[in-house]
Design a binder for this molecule. Structure first.
Ligand code: GLY
Length: 396
């Protein structure tokens, strides 16, 4: 334990020269962003309370709780409560979270982890309410129902003959494993841990290319578990070269917490390699808010602020764990400074989303130049992580 603390101190000490260098991201600016978020949460509240639907995007408005994004509004309330300590926000966070309870039985797809961990997971982290723990345990048991021991993965979507998909697994699915690792720690039930690691190892084996970029979709034979093909659904459509920027961010985030929670070195190595791919990509713009696909800036100059926010949060999660921590902290600070600038931040107080210029699915012409609830979630999470790292070093 002592050695881990010492290592963390040594890694953190590398950040010191960087900490004072981001004037666009000082405490006042961060407080201003959370006060704007309070306004946007309030602007959405009446609709949420009266319909039970949750905000998704500027184009798709509010959606029913089966939607994969339904946990993020409650998550944004929890993160805003964490920053402000405002009891009125806490009350709303509890109410919005309770509206999602039926999702503990959601088996339509793999998204239960996104939905329940951002809402109930944050609720449990901040309150230790036993009801939240029980619902998380229930949701994790539900998540295991889509696991196939031949494939050694959780199936993301049901088979789709029109796409010739028998057992599709998408990179986003890695994010669902955080809930399984948490419930392992809460219960000492190793079945969640075994499935999480099996899924992660299958992803490691089949989803990534030699340059540490990944395709969005991998399809498997559910009978034999054999790899069938790489494919796309989001990002660019060439499965050999596509590098959907949000997908690369999901992978970075996923392997980061897999290392944090299991201490298996191969996950840290993978996360470091993915970070290397992202941070040194020749198509990364100067402001570090990526295009919607790293392989395709020639098709469109459209950015994805959600990919930027997820990448920043993932880098800050990884920074204290990696020998590259100094580079990751600096890169995350740069991304957050861009997102906190008027170019990306909605400072009008109007509407329900904090960030501008996110991309839902470019080739499908869906949610273009959008506000997306999950872009806001990972932005807020990254700001909290940034502030916590600075505080740990005794600098404000
Ligand atoms: N998980 C769906 C997406 O990132 O678009």
């Amino acid at each position: 334990m002592k050695q881990i603390v010492l290592l963390a101190v040594l890694l953190f000490s590398n950040f010191l020269p960087l900490i004072a260098q981001e004037p666009g991201l000082n405490d006042q600016r961060i407080a201003r962003i959370f006060s704007l978020e309070k306004k946007y949460l309030q602007n959405a509240w009446d609709h949420v309370k009266t319909t039970g639907e949750m905000p998704r995007s500027t184009q798709k408005g509010f959606q029913p709780i089966e939607d994969w994004t339904s946990g993020f509004y409650a998550g944004n309330l929890w993160l805003t409560y964490e920053f402000t300590g405002d009891k009125k926000i806490l009350k709303k966070a509890r109410q919005a979270t309770a509206l999602l309870e039926a999702d503990k039985d959601l088996t339509l797809n793999h998204d239960i982890g996104f939905i329940m961990y951002c809402s109930y997971g944050n609720g449990y982290r901040l309150t230790h309410d036993k009801v939240y723990k029980d619902i998380l345990m229930h949701a994790s048991r539900t998540a295991l129902t889509r696991y196939n021991p031949q494939v050694q993965s959780i199936m993301s979507w049901d088979p789709q003959p029109e796409r010739d998909w028998k057992f599709p697994v998408i990179i986003d699915n890695l994010m669902n494993l955080e809930m399984l690792l948490k419930t392992t720690a809460l219960s000492n039930d190793s079945s969640f841990y075994k499935v999480a690691l099996a899924h992660a190892n299958t992803t490691l084996k089949n989803q990534y290319r030699a340059d540490y970029s990944c395709s969005h979709v991998v399809d498997y034979d559910p009978g034999t578990g054999a790899f069938r093909k790489r494919d796309w659904n989001n990002g660019n459509s060439d499965p050999a070269t596509a590098a959907w920027s949000r997908g690369q961010a999901w992978g970075l985030y996923g392997f980061g917490f897999l290392y944090r929670d299991t201490r298996h070195k191969k996950y840290l190595e993978q996360a470091d390699h993915i970070a290397g791919y992202i941070l040194h990509h020749p198509n990364m713009p100067n402001d570090m808010v990526p295009y919607w696909d790293y392989s395709a800036p020639q098709i469109s100059t459209m950015r994805d602020a959600s990919a930027a926010a997820i990448t920043a949060s993932a880098l800050l999660q990884l920074a204290p764990l990696s020998v590259h921590g100094k580079e990751y902290f600096a890169a995350a600070a740069k991304i957050l400074t861009s997102l906190a600038s008027p170019e990306y931040l909605n400072e009008t107080g109007q509407g329900i989303f904090l960030l501008k210029h996110a991309t839902g699915n470019y080739l499908r012409k869906s949610e273009l130049d959008a506000g997306l609830v999950y872009a806001d979630y990972y932005f807020l999470e990254a700001l909290l992580r940034y502030r916590a790292l600075k505080k740990k070093m005794g600098r404000r």
